[in-house]
Design a protein around this ligand. Structure first.
Ligand SMILES: [Zn+2]
Length: 188
């Protein structure tokens, strides 16, 4: 099965073909093993809206980091439950159509809050739920665009140093407008 996927890298394989290759009705479990235990980059209709149910593609020979495969069922359940089964980046809920790609069901992964390369650990306190779209870095920031009213409320409650940082950023972004507004304020 593994060799067959590797020989057909990038090609869409359907369930009938895979059943034949595996020679067993257990072929679907074998695909899951290749994917979840061996970390092969096999995608399904849950990952890609252009795939039908029962279609699989091995995208490349990249192996998913052992971390996600090693994580215990208990830790996984704990993190997902704590995060309300929603992606902590875009808010998509597990099993529902993804807001960025309606044809795709949201599948949640466990990711690090502080990346391991930055010294983050595998402790549950450093883990969060991330959907496959965000995990691939494909999520669009505009999905998260905060509402102005909430944003202003947050700035109001923020410490002065943070407020000054925001001001500095806004003034840098709109220098001419900032100058004009200052002059108008002077007149008042
Ligand atoms: Zn997401």
């Amino acid at each position: 099965m593994r060799e067959f996927f590797i020989a057909n890298i990038g090609k869409t394989l359907d369930s009938e073909t895979l059943r034949e290759v595996a020679g067993t009705s257990e072929w679907a479990r074998r695909v899951r093993e290749l994917r979840n235990e061996e970390g092969m980059n096999i995608v399904t209709h849950n990952d890609r809206s252009d795939l039908k149910m029962g279609e699989y593609i091995l995208l490349d020979l990249k192996i998913k980091p052992a971390f996600e495969r090693d994580i215990s069922k208990e830790t996984r359940a704990l993190v997902l439950d704590r995060n309300g089964f929603t992606c902590q980046m875009c808010g998509a809920a597990a099993g529902e159509p993804h807001p960025y790609d309606q044809g795709r069901k949201t599948r949640l992964h466990i990711g690090h809050i502080i990346d391991k390369s930055m010294g983050g650990t595998d402790d549950p306190s450093n883990l969060r739920a991330i959907c496959s779209v965000c995990n691939e870095g494909a999520s669009n920031l505009t999905l998260n665009r905060p509402q102005a009213i909430k944003l202003v409320a947050q700035i109001r409650r923020a410490p002065t140093t943070d407020q000054l940082d925001v001001m500095k950023w806004v003034v840098q972004k709109f220098p001419k407008l900032a100058e004009k507004m200052l002059k108008e304020l002077d007149k008042e």
